[in-house]
Design a protein around this ligand. Structure first.
Ligand code: 6PG
Length: 248
């Protein structure tokens, strides 16, 4: 709550995304990559370095690989890499968001390993791992890339979860209804404080939740991705297929 008692983490109910980009197939992957590269460029026009939190899941893999393949002009050495969430598995696990980003992007671009800040999913002490990540996480990330689950979750903020009401801690343990259950996640204040927020969604399986999020009533406790409503949403045709108003 701010001094006026207003929950300033909650996007204004009337806010709608700054931009909704709909592209199909490879054009979706390039549009998402271009959004990320552009957000980084906007930050570096004002600052010497850029902090970016990557999304996990499957959708980003092709986007990260495309960035590594085609966006060689991104000043990778000026980036500090973070993660929006992580499964509580070792970094070498096939389930690790870090491993997915490492294989598809981070090992293929000139980023100092010391500039890649992964969540310590392997730690038995989940609260300790969350506190450790809070210690290195910037108070205001420059760029945050988020995915969305078919249930409306984003990062590892799930519908109805107590973590959605967190306003002090910036990283907390969480439990996913779908495996892998044990997670670490950023909280709504981290999304609210980010300068550039991008949401990516692909496939008809996301169409219902995207339409609810962008055109339905505002209830981020039921639809946590609505905490990112003010961001840019990059969708493919399938994910945008139930929108009443499809951007040109
Ligand atoms: C994770 C992600 C999660 C993901 C959504 C969408 O750890 O799985 O952070 O929030 O972005 O579940 O995942 P897909 O891209 O696989 O559909």
């Amino acid at each position: 709550m701010n001094d006026d008692g207003v929950d300033d983490v909650m996007p204004a109910a009337m806010v709608r995304p700054e931009r909704v980009i709909v592209r199909d197939g490879d054009a979706f992957v390039d549009a998402a990559a271009a959004w990320g590269a552009n957000a980084v460029a906007l930050v570096l026009a004002q600052r010497e370095r850029c902090s970016i939190a990557l999304s996990g899941g499957h959708t980003p893999r092709a986007i990260y690989a495309h960035l590594a393949d085609r966006y060689v002009n991104v000043p990778w050495t000026l980036l500090d890499i973070y993660f929006g969430d992580e499964r509580r598995v070792p970094p070498e696990s096939p389930l690790s968001n870090f491993r997915m980003a490492w294989e598809s992007l981070l090992r293929r671009v000139p980023i100092e390993p010391s500039r890649v800040h992964r969540m310590m999913g392997e730690m038995d002490d989940a609260i300790g791992a969350a506190r450790e990540y809070e210690r290195v996480l910037p108070h205001s990330l420059d760029v945050v890339l988020l995915g969305v689950g078919a249930d409306g979750h984003t990062a590892s903020l799930f519908p109805g979860a107590p973590q959605l009401h967190e306003r002090e801690r910036r990283v907390v343990p969480a439990t996913s209804p779908a495996p892998p259950a044990e997670r670490l996640t950023i909280t709504p204040p981290v999304i609210a404080a980010a300068h550039h927020v991008g949401v990516i969604a692909a496939g008809a399986s996301k169409a219902h939740v995207v339409a609810r999020a962008l055109e339905g009533s505002f209830d981020p406790y039921a639809l946590p991705v609505q905490f990112a409503l003010r961001g840019s949403w990059i969708l493919d045709g399938g994910a945008a297929s139930l929108l009443r108003v499809v951007p040109a």
